[in-house]
Design a protein around this ligand. Structure first.
Ligand SMILES: *Cc1c(COP(=O)(O)O)cnc(C)c1O
Length: 471
């Protein structure tokens, strides 16, 4: 027999306690009720104390944990600027303001304010995309994988299961479940591989064309590079072949730059406009890679082909929502002024950030981190290389500066010490993600506080310092 003091209180009684009633008032009855039941059950099974004070504290803690946001900001100090797992491109203030505006109430997403009739959601970015790429028409979907799926399904899929010719050197896996051969199968078309992994010639494509060919696809191999004895066929040559056979040439540019990045001191990347000018009929690319916008898949090219995509019922399933379109329109508008773009677009601002600025930041922050870590290890300012990320220009590195945290103690314990350190940094109020390499944790400071100038930057630096100085 349990004594009255050991017997768990009834659920109703607990709910009536003043401190629990306050939780109900804040969070609603269902959540608190479930927490009370779970906590009582846990205590019954592990024999923990059942007194009112400890129960009330545990319930408050349970609710805090339950209501803590799952999707939250983190500081990306991994050294990869466009990190897919960390949300890729950081949006500019203009885009954030615009998506807040349309989130608050109704908007003209598919409503033509001139005519008072039905509009098309893609029209909000059509004109910008046409202007920036020189294309006749444009369409927008959820991401670039969706863009490719829609193109293939619309131009080559369906009952006829027509063929799509691709070079073996371009049969890419982009990560996750995105493999070109599988996308082809999903789109209902047949993959016709030509050439070899390292070399494909125009004649390989020409010999593969049959009456059942639907299109030629060129994939910009943005997430790896084949070097050495290689050959691939330029878009202009492929375009000539396509024209001669009345076939469309589709180019998946992956990252897809809208402006010449070499002009900003970054590695050259083919632009969307240049790809169209060299004869591609449709080009697709991501919104949240080098473009620096929200997740989206952008398709530009010949009006007649874009119209076929728009008519496909899949377009409805793959379409973008109003928040993405609002952010995308604002980002595209920034491209109207290429001179100021590197200051205004965070992705370009981060990628072009001067090494001296990152290095000076590292030197300012080193004492704070060293004091925080104490004698658990050493904190040095070291040179490192950032990556662009998201598959863009994988072999090109950007010189940067890092705080390198090397644990003290015997090397055989270093792995465990590093894992513990990384966990501690992830548990900060603003979780911090670095990179483990060469027995140390590296915090590449390229992406810290570079967004916005002057006061905004100082605020971010101060927030970083506060993470390591507040008790
Ligand atoms: C990244 C990439 C994709 C997929 O783009 P998402 O926007 O992530 O869906 C497709 N093709 C290429 C060549 C890519 O680099």
């Amino acid at each position: 027999m349990l004594s009255p003091a050991q017997r768990p209180p009834a659920v109703d009684k607990v709910l009536a306690w003043a401190e629990i009633a306050a939780l109900v008032a804040d969070h609603g009855r269902p959540l608190v009720l479930a927490a009370v039941r779970d906590e009582l059950a846990a205590r019954r099974s592990n024999g923990a104390a059942l007194d009112r004070a400890s129960l009330a504290a545990a319930l408050a803690a349970r609710l805090r944990q339950l209501l803590a946001p799952s999707l939250r900001p983190v500081l990306n100090l991994s050294g990869t600027v466009l990190h897919t797992n960390l949300g890729r491109a950081v949006l500019p203030a203009e885009a954030i303001a615009r998506l807040q505006q349309v989130a608050r109430g109704g908007c003209n997403l598919e409503f033509d304010l001139d005519q008072g009739g039905r509009g098309d959601r893609d029209d909000h970015v059509q004109a910008w995309l046409r202007r920036l790429s020189g294309a006749e028409a444009a369409a927008v979907v959820n991401n670039n994988a969706a863009a490719l799926l829609l193109i293939l399904a619309s131009l080559a899929g369906g009952r006829q299961r027509r063929e799509v010719i691709v070079s073996r050197g371009e049969l890419v896996e982009i990560g996750g479940a995105f493999r070109l051969p599988e996308i082809m199968a999903q789109a209902g078309c047949r993959l016709r591989e030509v050439g070899t992994t390292n070399r494909t010639h125009l004649a390989d494509y020409a010999e593969a064309i049959t009456p059942n060919t639907a299109l030629l696809l060129k994939v910009h191999t943005s997430n790896y590079r084949i070097e050495g004895f290689t050959a691939s066929v330029a878009e202009s040559a492929l375009a000539g072949l396509c024209r001669a056979h009345g076939l469309p040439l589709v180019v998946d540019l992956g990252s897809g730059a809208l402006i010449d990045l070499a002009g900003l001191g970054l590695p050259a990347e083919p632009t969307v406009a240049a790809t169209l000018a060299s004869g591609a009929d449709l080009v697709c690319f991501s919104g949240d890679k080098l473009l620096g916008g929200p997740q989206a898949g952008l398709i530009v090219g010949r009006a007649e082909l874009v119209a076929r995509l728009q008519k496909n019922p899949l377009k409805r399933a793959l379409r973008c929502d109003k928040l993405s379109l609002a952010a995308l329109e604002a980002v595209l508008a920034l491209y109207a002024d290429p001179e100021r773009l590197p200051q205004r677009l965070p992705t370009l601002r981060l990628l072009t950030r001067p090494l001296a600025e990152i290095d000076a930041l590292a030197r300012r922050l080193q004492p704070t981190l060293a004091a925080w870590w104490g004698d658990a290890g050493r904190v040095d300012v070291v040179a490192c290389d950032s990556q662009i990320g998201s598959g863009a220009m994988p072999t090109e590195l950007l010189p940067s500066a890092a705080l390198r945290l090397t644990p003290a103690g015997p090397a055989r314990h270093a792995g465990r010490a590093l894992a513990a350190l990384a966990r501690r940094l992830r548990a900060l109020p603003l979780p911090l993600v670095g990179r483990t390499a060469e027995g140390a944790l590296w915090l590449d400071l390229r992406c810290l506080a570079a967004v916005g100038d002057g006061p905004a930057q100082a605020a971010d630096e101060a927030a970083f310092v506060a993470l390591f100085t507040q008790p």
